[in-house]
Design a protein around this ligand. Structure first.
Ligand code: PEP
Ligand code: MN
Length: 356
């Protein structure tokens, strides 16, 4: 793919800022948010009109009548506008209303039929499209969406990283798994990379640190959900921030300056850091399971250490390592350390948290 630059995103300062409410709720709300953002250097105004809600009965967006409000934002404040499209009908309506940039949402990207339909509707139309990552951490599904659009002649493409969903208790609404967008950038260095800290965070108080992390990882832009009264928002109330809070976040961003030489290494280092972060999270998860099995062992009166299981684990890991061309001594050392910590954790459980 020969991905082309998107002129709207060119020339300004880093990060390029896309902001606006999760959903367009009323003309007054849209204009109220837009009037604040217009003075803050926001380069693209966002608002969802067709909302893909997880459960029925939630606010599903105002529909096509919201397009007029976006057209008013564009006219009144000279700010380009963007909205989410999920069907060919949405695409046609958005284009007819003069929407400058379209985005494809995370749920839609998981469905190749839907992406193909959108791509076909865009054949012969020169509009930039931003593609959110699919809700599941599948980079090929994400790439597939770019390819479907590109094959229909859409070459001004950008990616929005909004995190990945996971089951159970979680700190972020959607796990960042930074290594996935960084791998995407590695495969397509020309791709404009946007981070959506709002949907990763799920909570307004986490937006700032995620925005900073995105900057540290060299993202080009931020897409932030902003509402003039977040508590009253009809969707994603918990993660939206006020225009004033956005101002604080933007002015507080630390910009990492790197010399030309450093830049050459930055992309590699970012990927390494992201993988390390993931490794630590995985290790923590493994220890959590160790503690769980520890309490079952305690209940059932089973010994913590079982030589047969230990031997089998080490052999299995050595084999997996060999398949990935990893040095067998290194694999052995790493898994011995993991296993010994796992045993320590289980002993803590079995002995009722007494020091081991
Ligand atoms: C949104 O941007 O409001 C949205 C619905 O996002 P996502 O597709 O990332 O869930
Ligand atoms: Mn939202």
């Amino acid at each position: 793919m020969e991905i082309k630059d998107i002129d709207i995103f060119e020339g300004g300062k880093r990060p390029f800022v896309i902001a606006g409410p999760c959903s367009a709720e009323s003309e007054e709300q849209v204009m109220a948010v837009a009037s604040s953002l217009a003075t803050m250097g926001v380069g693209l105004f966002r608002a969802g009109i067709w909302k893909p809600r997880t459960r029925p009965g939630c606010f599903e967006g105002v529909g096509a009548r919201g397009l007029e409000w976006l057209a008013n934002v564009k006219k009144e404040y000279s700010m380009p506008v963007t909205t989410e499209v999920a069907t060919a009908v949405h695409v046609e309506a958005a284009l007819a209303a003069g929407i400058d940039v379209l985005w494809v949402g995370a749920r839609t990207v998981t469905n190749p039929f839907a992406v193909q339909e959108i791509a076909e509707a865009l054949r012969g139309v020169d509009v930039p499209v931003l593609v959110k990552n699919p809700v599941n951490p599948d980079i090929d599904l994400w790439v597939g969406a770019f390819e479907r659009l590109y094959n229909c002649g859409v070459s001004r493409l950008g990616a929005i990283h909004r995190g990945f969903s996971a089951y159970g208790e979680k700190f972020y609404r959607n796990a960042p798994q930074w290594q996935i967008p960084l791998e995407l950038k590695n495969r397509f260095p020309h791709l404009f990379l946007v981070c959506d800290p709002s949907h990763i965070a799920g909570k307004s108080e986490l937006v700032q640190e995620l925005a900073q992390q995105a900057m540290d990882l060299n993202f080009d832009a931020l897409m932030v959900e902003v509402h003039h009264e977040p508590a009253c928002a009809l969707s994603d109330a918990r993660q939206q921030i006020t225009p004033a809070a956005l101002g604080t976040i933007l002015s507080g961003l630390v910009h990492r300056s790197s010399s030309g030489e450093d830049e050459e290494f930055a992309a590699f280092r970012n990927r390494i850091d992201a993988i390390d972060k993931e490794l630590v999270a995985l290790l923590a998860k493994r220890m959590e399971v160790s503690r769980e099995i520890g309490s079952v062992k305690r209940e059932k009166g089973v010994t913590v250490f079982q030589p047969f299981r230990y031997k089998e684990t080490m052999e299995r890991c050595a084999l997996m390592g060999a398949r990935h061309n990893l040095d067998s001594d290194v694999v052995k050392e790493v898994f011995e350390a993991i296993h010994s910590e796992s045993i320590r954790q289980q002993l803590l459980i079995v002995n009722g948290e007494k020091n081991v």
